[in-house]
Design a protein around this ligand. Structure first.
Ligand SMILES: [Zn+2]
Length: 219
């Protein structure tokens, strides 16, 4: 986990250069589920965040997507966790989220006692996975935390988040995002200026095509 206590969080400069060319077809199954949920939420005019719970047999047992614009607490991770069957072996479950969880969802992950958490993109504004080691209670069940998982996927998620935020006039936290991954912020703002969301929505562009289009901006 990156641990910088002073100044803005910055993405390690080397990470983008070691990433393979990311395309939809190269995504692992959990990430296809999570990214599909994220882009569907986005096309439904909410924040582009999706999450999926996988069991130890590599089955998706619950999927959640952000519905923040209609319900402040409808975060993708919480939606996915609430869909886990009561009889599931929770300690064998893994949560995949397209964005680093916020304090509320990090708390929910702790309460569910999941085996592992994978997130695609660091959230330099609200991401709070460090809380999993903040207190004795939080540390009592070890949850493996892996993220950011893939530099290309992180780029797409940050770019779509900035497009969403720019289009909706949410300027707060832009500086945190820009300090962390300025290339993706620039692409997100260009997508907004080019009104790509309107094009994608009006022409019912498929989520995999949207993902690959944003990937094509990675230099
Ligand atoms: Zn959350």
């Amino acid at each position: 986990m990156p641990t910088e206590s002073n100044g803005p969080l910055r993405r390690p400069k080397t990470s983008l250069t070691i990433a393979p060319v990311t395309t939809w077809n190269r995504l692992d199954a959990p990430w296809r589920h999570a990214m599909r949920a994220a882009i569907e939420a986005y096309l439904d005019d909410s924040a582009p965040i999706g999450a999926v719970v996988f069991d130890s047999n590599d089955r998706a047992i619950s999927i959640g997507r952000n519905d923040f614009e209609r319900d402040r607490l409808a975060h993708a991770e919480l939606q996915a966790l609430k869909g886990v069957p009561a009889n599931a072996n929770r300690e064998a479950l893994s949560l995949y989220s397209t964005m680093e969880p916020c304090p509320m969802c990090t708390g929910a992950i702790r309460m569910m006692q999941l085996r592992s958490l994978h997130f695609a993109a660091k959230d330099p504004a609200a991401g709070s996975t460090e809380l999993l080691s903040a207190t004795a209670f939080m540390k009592r069940f070890a949850c493996d935390v892996v993220g950011p998982s893939d530099a290309g996927m992180e780029f797409v998620n940050v770019a779509l988040m900035l497009e969403y935020r720019t289009r909706n006039g949410h300027r707060r936290w832009r500086d945190e995002w820009s300090s962390y991954l300025p290339e993706a912020v620039a692409v997100g703002e260009k997508l907004a200026a080019d009104r790509r969301f309107t094009h994608w929505q009006r022409h019912a562009i498929a989520v995999d095509a949207i993902f690959d289009e944003v990937c094509s901006h990675i230099e």
